[in-house]
Design a protein around this ligand. Structure first.
Ligand code: SF4
Ligand code: SF4
Length: 147
């Protein structure tokens, strides 16, 4: 086999032909288990502005500090629901953090087709009957998620 062609074939991503996904807005990825929703300094500024709060007020009311990072509070008594989940919808949707915007295209999930298929148990948007998200869009989200 032509060596160059072999390399190109080997470099093909397993999701080369795209992946079927459509967020239904069910909100299940925003609750259900303890976890962190990390927010960067820039995101803290954007969300504070959206909520018409100072960054200090926002931080006090909605964030927890973990080491030198900040995460959005979850409500343990309400199935660990993110504090911004209202009636199964994200109440800060236009400025939701990168971690939320890029799910389920996270490196840990995109590592293999098996991980992707397993994630369908948690996310009802991963279904074969939904339209395909192309490789370029997937990789754009993947890149954003690790920045
Ligand atoms: S679990 Fe999946 S379908 Fe439901 S809101 Fe989250 S990303 Fe969307
Ligand atoms: S910020 Fe919004 S999208 Fe992210 S976990 Fe909270 S409710 Fe869900």
């Amino acid at each position: 086999m032509n060596n160059k062609l072999k390399v190109v074939q080997e470099e093909k991503a397993w999701y080369e032909d795209g992946l079927n996904f459509n967020c239904t807005g069910c909100g299940k990825c925003c609750c259900g288990a303890p976890g962190y929703v990390w927010v960067s300094e820039e995101e803290i500024k954007q969300i504070s502005k959206f909520l018409k709060l100072s960054t200090k007020e926002f931080q006090m009311k909605y964030l927890v500090q973990v080491g030198d990072k900040f995460s959005i509070k979850d409500l343990r008594e309400l199935n660990h629901s993110c504090v911004f989940l209202k009636d199964y919808k994200c109440s800060i949707y236009p400025v939701r953090p990168k971690q939320c915007r890029t799910y389920p295209f996270w490196p840990s999930i995109m590592k293999s087709k098996k991980n992707w298929d397993d994630e369908a148990h948690a996310c009802e948007g991963i279904r074969s009957f939904y339209p395909k998200i192309c490789k370029e869009e997937i990789e754009d989200k993947l890149t954003q998620s690790v920045k």
